[in-house]
Structures are given as C-alpha cells and as structure tokens.
Design a protein around this ligand. Structure first.
Ligand code: S3P
Length: 445
C-alpha cells in the first residue's frame, strides 16, 4: 500500500522569536484507543478533540470495516456505535493502516479475540516493522497467523481465536503496543489476562478500559515494571472521551521556543500523564523553565497549560528507565541537546531502531549533516552540544513524521537553513504543524 502524496520538500530558517498560544492536536494514542474501545463497547462513544491525522483516520476506517459505525458529527466530534466485546465482523478487504504501528498492532489485538479472519497491511515503512512481538502473545491466546511476509512482517493475515484463552504474559520489552494488544484480546477471554512489563509503558489503555467499565488492576513489578491484570468478558459500555492535546506533538513547538532566542509560547491542554512526560523532566534538568498550570482532564488523563521561554540549556545524562516515558521524543531532545552547552548522553535507546524508521541512525544522520558532533555507542546516543548549530543540510525523512518536524525545528535556530526531502508524512500525526508554527512566527516554506 502506498502513500498517495508526492514528496514535498520544505525548509526552515532562523528568524524572529516565536510568540503566542497554541493548542496542538489531540493525542494520537488516546485517539486510536477511543475508536477501538468505542467499537468494542455497547452503545455510543462520543469523542471530542479526536486527532484527525492520517494514522487515526486509518484506524477509524478499519473499525468501520470491522463492523462498528463510525461517524464524524456536525460539531466536529466523532461518534462510534460499537458491536460489543467479541463482536467484530470479518472485513471484506485488507485493512490498510498506512504508516501506523499503533493502529495496526492494537487492532490485531482486538481481532485476535474475535472468531474472524482479517488481513493487515500498511505503507513501505510499516511493512518493515516487526510484528512477531505482537503475534507471539496473541498466538498463546489462540489466534493464528495464516500468512505473513518474510521476517514476520506485513501483509499479515490473522485468524482470531474462537475461544480466546486468558494468559499471563511477561513482555520482553516495555511496549504499550504489545501490552494493549494482549489486553484487547483478553477482553474476550474468560478469567484474568495479565501482562508483566519490565518498565512501565504508557497506560492509556488501562485508564480508558476502566472508564468503559472494565476491571483493570495495575501493581508495581520489580524496580521499574508493572503487572496489569484485566478481568475478561466485561460489559464494556460506550463513554464520552475528551482527547487532550498530544504531548508528543507539543514537544516540537516547546523545543522550538526553548532554542529560538526571545521566544515565549503557551501550549494549552497538554496531556501530562507521567508516563508521557519524560521529555519535560529532561528539559527541566537541562535548565528549561516550563511553567505548568493544571487544567483537570478527562478519560482518566490529567492535562495542563505549559508556558515556556527561550533559555540556555546544558547537557545531561538521560537514564535508560526513562525511555518508555519519552520514547517518541528523543529526536527532538537530540535537537535541544545540540543547542545546549556540553554533552548529552541518552541511554538505552534500542526500541528507537524499530519505529517509523531506524530513529537511532536517523537522529545521528540528521545532526551530523548539520554540523553537530554525535556518536552512537551500543544503544546510547551521545550529542556534543556547542550552544549553536551550523545547519545547511537537507535531511532524509525516511517516511517518518517526527524526523521531519525535528529537522524543521532545528532549522529555526541554526545558522543556515535546514531542509527536509519530504514533509508529507507530518500529516500522519500533526496535520496543521506548518501553519501552527507559522502563526507562532516560524519561517517555514
Ligand atoms: C504507542 C506506543 C509507543 C509509541 C507509539 C505510540 C501507543 O510504541 O512509540 O508512537 O499508543 O501505544 P511502543 O509501545 O511499541 O514503544
């Protein structure tokens, strides 16, 4: 399956300070989950503030193809009328998840708990990403991969379990996608499905399952891990979801405001779930002042307005156990680190190799190409901050939205402009990134 847009190069340049207020789009993780849980619930789930990015729209299409009624209402909210746990219908066509690992893997979990067969596919980036990590636990629960491409890749045909078994699964990696797939399959199993993760990963699935009426108990396991136990076959009832602004998207204007001299930006209603805010903690250790005004929250998720001003930053060491709480933010942290004074060491980044691109290699390439000294040692990334970045490079984005946005943020403060070969994948998670940054004063075209 292909991405329809032709490559669209873009460039960012150093200019005036960034100023103003912005609300970045709804959280991608919560948006996927609201659509999927809405489809598995009985009754209507009304979602306001859904991220209307390509990744989430592909999940909406998939849930429709699996039998749920998914509509965009006149006021801009979305409604999902669900089919109930275990009630998904076999889709007539392969499900195309485009660029989205989250959509694909979570829906694989939902399908695994239903007696249906579905084929999963995606774009060239998603076709390179590992799916065995999801299949392994789902097969223990009774699902079966009837067909897949070499190396456990998409396209993949999954036969769901007629009578799914509850399991206790010790996940080898801290991955919310693996955990969520097992829990979603476990909804249809009798008894208790348990996931044990080595480090706590984002817990939106657990929080939203509780909002929809399921019993989910989460307890500490080991030093940084968690044990999550779901009681199967609950009466899931549709519930309203208000999607807070995505902290992973807020990261781009936030870092831009820190590195462009004289800037001051207010980012409103940003989700502040502690399993997502590792970047904010790290930037504070580097010397950033991020003022946080709590704003309540919904779907069991806290949120806050964040005010940030340009500040000199210093290099720090980021411990490996923080990685799950900022797994999508290392690219833009590496940009901040390049503008800091001194060395930043980011430890334990093995999972970055299997994201929309190999982000460990891509981050190093992006920085080197723009005159920054950077090394990869094992799973660690080391950036030598010199307080300034030369710029002048054209960065390859490898179908990865976050490389595109990180490189453009770098160009806003670098001595020479920074280009990217293709901006079209930004639409997967942050469709209005360019106009929003331009409104804050960024020179992007
Ligand atoms: C996500 C989990 C993370 C993250 C991804 C969204 C989710 O992946 O990188 O962008 O919504 O569950 P892993 O859990 O595989 O690390």
């Amino acid at each position: 399956m292909t991405h329809s847009a032709a490559p669209r190069p873009l460039q960012s340049r150093r200019g005036a300070a960034l100023n103003g207020t912005a609300r970045v789009p709804g959280d991608k993780s919560i948006s996927h989950r609201a659509l999927i849980l809405g489809a598995l619930a009985v009754g209507r789930t009304r979602i306001s503030g859904l991220l209307e990015g390509e990744d989430v729209l592909n999940t909406a299409k998939a849930m429709r193809a699996l039998g749920a009624t998914v509509t965009r209402l006149e006021d801009g909210a979305w409604a999902v009328d669900g089919v109930g746990v275990g009630g998904l219908a076999a889709p007539a066509e392969p499900l195309d998840f485009g660029n989205s690992g989250t959509g694909c893997r979570l829906v694989m979990g939902a399908v695994a708990g239903c007696p249906i067969t579905a084929t999963f596919d995606g774009d060239a980036s998603l076709r390179k990403r590992p799916m065995r990590r999801i299949l392994e636990p789902l097969e223990l629960m009774g699902a079966r991969a009837l067909q897949m491409a070499e190396g456990g890749r998409l396209p993949l045909t999954l036969q769901g379990a007629r009578e799914p078994l509850p399991i206790t699964y010790q996940s080898p990696v801290a991955s919310a996608q693996i955990k969520s797939a097992v829990l979603l399959a476990g909804l249809a199993a009798p008894g208790i499905t348990t996931v044990i993760e080595p480090e706590a990963s984002r817990d939106h699935t657990e929080r939203m399952l509780r909002q929809f009426g399921a019993e989910v108990v989460s307890t500490p396991s080991g030093t940084h891990g968690r044990r999550i136990a779901l009681t199967g076959q609950p009466e899931l009832a549709g519930a309203p979801v208000v999607v807070p602004a995505d902290p992973s998207s807020a990261a781009f204007p936030l870092v831009a405001a820190l590195i462009v001299p004289g800037s001051e930006v207010l980012l409103t209603e940003v989700m502040t779930n502690p399993l997502r805010t590792g970047l904010f903690a790290t930037l504070r250790e580097m010397g950033a002042v991020i003022e946080e005004t709590p704003r309540g929250g919904d779907a069991g998720e806290p949120m806050a307005d964040l005010r940030v001003r340009a500040t000199g930053l210093r290099g720090v060491t980021v411990p490996p156990e923080r990685a799950p709480a900022m797994i999508d933010e290392y690219l833009v942290l590496a940009v901040a680190a390049a503008f800091a004074e001194g060395r930043t060491v980011m430890r334990g980044l093995h999972e970055l190799r299997v994201k929309e691109s190999d982000r460990l290699a891509a981050t190093a390439d992006m920085l080197r190409l723009n005159g920054v000294a950077v090394e990869i040692e094992g799973d660690d990334l080391i950036v030598e901050g010199r307080g300034a970045v030369a710029g002048g490079g054209v960065v390859k984005t490898h179908m990865d939205h976050r490389i595109a946005m990180s490189a453009l943020v770098m160009g806003l403060a670098a001595q020479k402009p920074v280009g990217i070969d293709d901006s079209s994948f930004i639409a997967t998670s942050f469709p209005d990134f360019v106009p929003m940054m331009q409104r804050l004063g960024a020179d992007l075209s």
